[in-house]
Write a protein that binds this ligand. Sequence first.
Ligand code: NI
Length: 166
Amino acid sequence: MILPILEYPDPRLKKVAAPVRTFTPDIAKLAADMAETMYAAPGIGLAATQVDVHKRVIVMDISEDRNELRVFVNPEIIAAEGEAEGEEGCLSVPGYYDKVARAERVTVRAQDQFGKPFELEAEGLLAVCVQHEMDHLVGKVFVDYLSPLKRARVATRMKKKQKLAG
Ligand code: NI
């Protein structure tokens, strides 16, 4: 099921997601719906916060063929190193891209949608994507890293666009 994506500056994007404690079929269903929503958008990552579900769940697929879905439940960054600046976009801020500084490499510990724990060492786009999506879970959107002036411009532009879309 494709879920509606919240758009910046919707205040619900600021909610902090709660950890998943029991891996009911609802969690697997949520991950599947989020994946469908991400692929349809199309995007390379989506956090539950963006579909107004405030649980620590992320889906991601940075592969060219769109066949390497990754699901992270309760992700934690346990190591980070280096710094890299890259251009980011977000399904909640459609049409806007800007540079954000992130750690270059991260090690993530998480569970899959069934509760199975795993660790992942990520670099490049995958590392950026993990950090970007994890920010959503604590109520942060990438434009929060921009200067207040730039951020205000983005908000104005988004509100205008949302008004036009009705
Ligand atoms: Ni995003």
